[in-house]
Write a protein of this length. Structure first.
Length: 222
């Protein structure tokens, strides 16, 4: 498989996990769409390594590999196909790499405080990268806490624990310093949980008009 096909396979894997993006992507500028897809595919790889599967050992090895890879991106080197799109962009890859050290403790956190601290460390690095990738302002403490809450939900979904995630639906409220792609992902996550709450055993197809309207509002910062 060549690099282009391999890149597409990672993006396709993310799209299969989050089919809602086939609709809300219309609210992303055309020039940013490949970048957005590659970025969220990268985050999916990191979350899978941190939280997916019954045995933590393979994930720990993957996180260590990603730390090395992201530090390489900051020096102009790359091995992973997602780097074809992302590595050349001016983002704090080294900061993101360092934040991965906090993720193993979030798989089965010892306490709520430890969990919040580790997730906020990761969320801070993610938002710093997004500010650079998508021309956004520096994230606020409120934004970091909000993303950490979303990461907690995504962890529950990764681990097949839907019930704990449902009460934590991200609010509609404004997050003005978050980038457009991040606001759209909050919408996707909120609508996914809404459908799971209604149809926990067999989630129904998400109403397209509802998702499009929510995405439109998020894109406008409303």
């Amino acid at each position: 498989m060549n690099d282009s096909a391999s890149l597409a396979s990672f993006i396709d894997k993310w799209r299969q996990r989050w089919p809602e993006w086939a609709l809300v992507a219309v609210f992303v500028p055309v020039a940013q769409r490949q970048r957005v897809a590659a970025w969220f595919a990268l985050l999916q790889e990191l979350r899978d390594a941190a939280w997916r599967g019954s045995d933590p050992a393979p994930g720990l090895a993957k996180l260590a590999w990603w730390q090395e890879e992201l530090r390489g991106w900051s020096r102009g080197a790359r091995r992973h196909p997602l780097g074809d799109t992302l590595q050349k962009l001016d983002a704090p890859w080294g900061v993101l790499a360092s934040s991965l050290s906090a993720l193993p403790a979030t798989r089965r956190p010892a306490s709520a405080d430890d969990d919040a601290s580790a997730l906020e460390s990761f969320a801070s690095a993610v938002l710093a990268c997004e500010a650079a990738l998508f021309d956004g302002p520096a994230p606020t403490a409120e934004d970091i806490a909000a993303l950490a809450a979303c990461e907690r939900i995504e962890r529950a979904l990764e681990q097949g624990e839907t019930a704990p995630a449902l009460p934590q639906v991200p609010p509609h409220g404004r997050a003005t310093s978050m980038t457009g792609p991040r606001r759209l992902q909050r919408v996707v996550l909120r609508e996914r949980l809404r459908m799971l709450a209604k149809h926990p055993s067999a989630p129904a197809r998400m109403p397209a008009l509802r998702l499009l309207f929510a995405g439109w509002r998020a894109a406008r910062g409303a």
